[in-house]
Design a binder for this molecule. Structure first.
Ligand SMILES: [Zn+2]
Length: 389
């Protein structure tokens, strides 16, 4: 503990200088920009990719399947209002419906096998990567045997090919506040939301493998070069919080159904300071679907890239911008209840591998990494040092 007090004193002493340094590099106007869906650029498509579902099954995808995933990502990035969250939902849906294969269905629709395809399906008159049915009004056989068309139809919205019905993701009221599995189900009109949720980690892995996040912020601050952290700090001051929901499968507080919870929830009073887990660079700060407002920070911990994510702040409770360099324990936001939330709390995630990687259970991770608890007084000292700078 004593060693840590010294560390904090050192951090406070260093703060003004480091903040001035950042100020010289990046103008405030540039801070207003944040990583939006347009920052999702598809890079080279790998020959294969292996990932694990929530249920623990190993899924290996080939180049053809990943090419369809690239189409889904590209169309999503080009469609206003979809963003990263919507792309993950579309990938979950296509993985569940077809394992990302362009399926013909010659039993129900003989002409479908005249189009390039990856095999045969046999569910009703369903076709293609999202298993859309011509008889349900999704499109003609020629349209539905095209991955770009199916992706546009899945996302829907006023620029979609079927507006307003059958509904795409953007036509589902308040889709951002649904669990991603439920949002996929709402478009596919399927009876089994768990099927889609099971593929969320695979969808996240595909998105991470196929897209390149900008290595620098718009202001030129390198995100790729994040120095090793000097400390690991619990993200809320000691004595201000209680655990209100663990990582893992749980009964969804909104629907009562089984759903996967990708973070840990700590209930705390609205306005409680949120502290940066470790030294790092902010890679996301702003609204993000069911997260309400979200902050993601990239860290280097024991030489590994780790991202920490903090959710449900009100807009006014986000105190950092993309590209900001933060130190462990820095006051980065205030607890709120925005987005898919039933009361003031911090939803916290640890993502080994970086911001596009899947989350792991934060509590054992924190314990294994020797987390330090800051009390409110130390937090206040850090705050005033920041204000003075
Ligand atoms: Zn949560």
């Amino acid at each position: 503990m004593k060693k840590f007090v010294v560390a904090i004193a050192t951090l406070v002493a260093m703060l003004p200088m480091s903040l001035v340094g950042v100020g010289l590099l990046v103008s405030p106007a540039v801070f207003a920009a944040c990583l939006s869906s347009s920052s999702l650029v598809v890079g080279p498509i790998p020959e294969s990719l292996t990932a694990t579902t929530h249920a623990g099954e190993t899924v290996t995808l080939n180049h053809e399947q990943l090419t369809h995933a690239a189409t889904i990502i590209t169309v999503g990035a080009q469609t206003e209002g979809v963003g990263r969250a919507g792309i993950v939902i579309a990938l979950m849906a296509a993985l569940t419906e077809s394992r990302l294969r362009m399926l013909a269905n010659s039993a129900a629709i003989p002409e479908s096998s005249d189009f390039p395809n990856d095999g045969e399906g046999s569910d009703h008159d369903s076709l293609g990567i999202f298993q859309m049915r011509p008889s349900a009004g999704w499109g003609t056989v020629a349209e539905l045997m095209n991955a770009t068309y199916q992706s546009r139809a899945f996302y829907g919205g006023s620029s979609g090919p079927n507006y307003p019905s059958p509904r795409g993701l953007l036509d589902i009221p308040d889709w951002q506040h649904l669990d991603p599995g439920e949002a996929a189900q709402a478009v596919e009109v399927s009876a089994y939301p768990d099927r889609y949720q099971n593929y969320q980690p695979v969808a996240e892995a595909i998105l991470a493998a196929l897209t390149r996040r900008a290595e620098t912020t718009p202001g030129g601050t390198p995100i790729g070069n994040v120095p090793e952290t000097t400390a690991i700090v619990f993200p809320l001051p000691s004595g201000t919080w209680v655990n209100s929901s663990d990582f893992g499968w749980r009964e969804d507080p909104f629907t009562g159904e089984r759903a996967f919870h990708s973070g840990t929830d700590w209930a705390a009073d609205d306005g409680t300071p949120i502290l940066a887990l470790a030294d790092g660079v902010v890679s996301f700060a702003g609204p993000s679907g069911g997260y309400g407002n979200l902050i993601i920070i990239e860290h280097t911990i024991n030489g590994q890239r780790i991202a920490s994510a903090y959710a449900h702040m009100w807009q006014s409770g986000v105190l950092v911008s993309v590209g900001d360099r933060v130190v462990a324990g820095q006051h980065i936001g205030n607890v709120g209840s925005a987005g898919r939330s039933t009361g003031a709390h911090l939803h916290f995630e640890i993502r080994p591998g970086g911001s596009n990687a899947a989350a792991v259970d934060a509590e054992p991770w924190l314990a294994a990494h020797g987390v330090q608890n800051l009390d409110a007084a130390s937090t206040a000292a850090l705050c005033s040092a920041q204000m003075a700078a």
